[in-house]
Design a protein around this ligand. Structure first.
Ligand SMILES: Cc1ncc(COP(=O)(O)O)c(C=O)c1O
Length: 377
């Protein structure tokens, strides 16, 4: 069986299982608009712009959600079970973990815990903007450092800036919106020598999609370096973006500090149930990576055929060039029911395309080839 067949038949078996054990409620949910895998909205448009997982939550998680609905009137959110399942999955202690309403809540918590008028944020440009956006409501400076020509973080320049005073350094690795990685050895060399007054926010939202062997995660630092915060999410590889669950992994003293800023009774019970089931679903990571690889191959082949340059991606999206005006390109794609990104200054010659199901990427490929035939791109 080819790879596309493997992913699709595995999915079908899993979905059938959910309907069977979920009874009437499961059958109802199966009929709910938008519950099928893929990125099609209820209005029929395909959304290839938000870096979501096209497979949706795993079949095991759907089953767990259906069973947990009856607990929705209670507080608790299966917090203890989530903490224990995560600790076992990551091979850390529950004391190392802080849960958040998506990893964006973790980023907000880190801002509250570490930033201040005398503690600037040092980040790449372009990168995931969320952590910088809190500047609107909290007083701290932001120093942005352009990515290098090879699209790695300029570790040396960021390091120089951090020497002036206590700082918070944000590493989005792999980086959004470029999809590229920064060699972990370079970051490690800095972390190893940095004073405790330099706090490292290591955003690893796309970790599982990485193929570049110059990359490894930052978990090894958490026991010896309380100033390292590893930030992860259930939104991407586990397909739970709408359920909102992310977490930080840190030294226990840092976790205690972060938890002072986090909301009570987190997570919600459905996210909690889905997370535990997802962590126990051995196949979910491989399935998500496999379908992503298929989509990526279709996109690479199409862009190669059209001679449009693209950045090496280690994520579930890709930045590629477009000949002509980007806004017009996106409008034309939208007319075909395909939503394909937004502006990421200063990279205004590139479009960021999120990967969907292979069939959805085939639709994108056919549209962009048609645009070429019309002389539009
Ligand atoms: C690098 C990065 N970090 C964090 C997030 C936020 O994810 P969530 O709040 O859904 O966990 C995203 C979402 O796209 C992201 O790209």
């Amino acid at each position: 069986m080819d790879r596309r067949g493997f992913v699709t038949s595995g999915m079908a078996a899993g979905l059938a299982g959910v309907t069977g054990t979920g009874g009437a409620l499961g059958a109802l949910l199966d009929r709910a608009p938008g519950f099928a895998p893929g990125k099609k909205d209820a209005d029929g448009n395909i959304r290839l712009s938000s870096n979501e997982n096209p497979l949706g939550v795993s079949p095991a998680a759907r089953e767990a959600i259906i069973e947990a609905i009856v607990e929705s009137n209670r507080y608790g959110g299966r917090r203890r079970e989530v903490m224990e399942a995560l600790a076992s999955y990551l091979d850390v202690a529950t004391e190392n973990i802080t849960l958040g309403f998506g990893s964006t809540e973790i980023l907000q918590i880190c801002t509250q815990a570490f930033q201040g008028p005398n503690t600037p944020l040092i980040a790449a440009a372009p990168t995931f903007e969320d952590v910088m956006d809190y500047q609107d409501t909290m007083p701290f400076d932001v120093h942005t450092v352009p990515l290098l020509a090879d699209l790695q973080h300029d570790v040396q320049q960021m390091r120089e800036l951090s020497k002036k005073r206590p700082s918070v350094v944000y590493f989005c690795n792999p980086n959004n919106p470029t999809g590229t990685i920064t060699a972990s050895a370079d970051i490690d060399a800095w972390i190893a020598e940095a004073p405790e007054t330099t706090t490292f926010l290591m955003d690893e939202a796309y970790l599982e999609y990485v193929t570049d062997d110059r990359y490894w995660d930052a978990l090894k630092w958490i026991e010896q370096k309380p100033n390292v915060v590893v930030i992860r999410t259930f939104s991407k590889i586990f397909g739970m973006a709408g359920l909102r669950l992310g977490y930080a992994v840190t030294h226990p003293t840092t976790a205690a500090r972060l938890r002072e800023h986090s909301v009570q009774n987190s997570p919600n019970v459905l996210a909690g149930a889905a997370a535990v089931a997802s962590l126990q679903d051995d196949g979910i990571v491989a399935r998500s990576v496999a379908v992503n690889d298929e989509a990526k191959a279709i996109v690479h082949t199409t862009l190669d055929e059209l001679g449009l340059e693209y950045l090496p991606t280690n994520t579930n999206f890709i930045m590629h060039r477009i000949n002509g005006d980007l806004g017009t390109y996106r409008d034309r794609m939208a007319e075909r029911g395909l939503f394909v990104g937004r502006d990421f200054p200063p990279m205004l010659e590139y479009n960021r395309l999120s990967f969907g199901l292979p069939d959805e990427m085939d639709q994108w490929a056919s549209a962009i080839k048609d645009f070429r035939a019309k002389g539009w791109i």
